[in-house]
Design a protein around this ligand. Structure first.
Ligand code: ATP
Length: 200
């Protein structure tokens, strides 16, 4: 019998506050999934992000992420960061994903702004071996890998969507629409749960 070598699973990890998830996140994940031939992209809403305050309750952000990703069979959502106590550090996220997907090659997806901050992360030297990093273009942020280990980081140009969660929250609080900036189901969720009516 001829033995066929099994291809290792290729799994993307899209971490974010997702407060709320928007089409910029989804396009970035979809582009990386296609370009890097990923079997799955796991969206991981943060628990308590260590660098942000006044973040919406995790359960709302988790459910909006589930709604936003439901139509794509390659997209899944993980609760590892929401369910872990204490502030969220990427090193813990990546270790938990390795446990959940043993033997998979992990690709951590991040925007140009976030990749630039990686060097400030907790235990950064231990983070590099846990994943290949894919940094995607984001309007208003230069994409550079200076200060990052070149072998472990790829840069990818993606369709430019000048959308941020900050702007989405601000628009809702001022009574402006967020239709087509976020998926339809997320617009409905925000409205039903009265999110972002006033901004902290
Ligand atoms: P906020 O405005 O609240 O800071 P955000 O819009 O930056 O939020 P996050 O949830 O913090 O969204 O981002 C998660 C990841 O998605 C980060 O790596 C970020 O760089 C990336 N990202 C966010 N928006 C875009 C976008 N429009 N294009 C490309 N990447 C994006």
């Amino acid at each position: 019998m001829v033995e066929v070598a099994q291809r290792r699973a290729r799994v993307g990890v899209m971490g974010g506050t997702f407060d709320p998830i928007h089409n910029g996140h989804l396009v970035a994940a979809s582009e990386v999934q296609q370009k890097f031939d990923l079997d799955e992209v796991i969206f991981v809403p943060t628990g308590m992000p260590w660098m942000k305050s006044g973040v919406t309750e995790g359960e709302h952000r988790y459910l909006m992420t589930v709604i936003a990703t439901a139509a794509n069979p390659r997209f899944t959502v993980s609760r590892v960061d929401i369910d872990r106590k204490g502030p969220t550090y990427t090193i813990d996220t990546l270790r938990d994903i390795h446990t959940a997907r043993p033997n998979a090659d992990i690709f951590f997806i991040s925007g140009a702004d976030a990749i630039a901050q990686i060097v400030e992360w907790k235990d950064v030297e231990q983070v590099w071996p846990l994943a290949h990093f894919v940094a995607v273009t984001r309007p208003g942020h230069p994409l550079t890998i200076s200060g990052l280990p070149e072998q472990g980081v790829s840069l990818l140009e993606v369709p430019a969507l000048a959308i941020s969660s900050t702007d989405c929250r601000s628009r809702v609080s001022r009574g402006f629409p967020v239709w087509y900036l976020v998926p339809d189901g997320v617009v409905q969720y925000i409205s039903k749960h009265h999110l972002y009516r006033s901004i902290q």
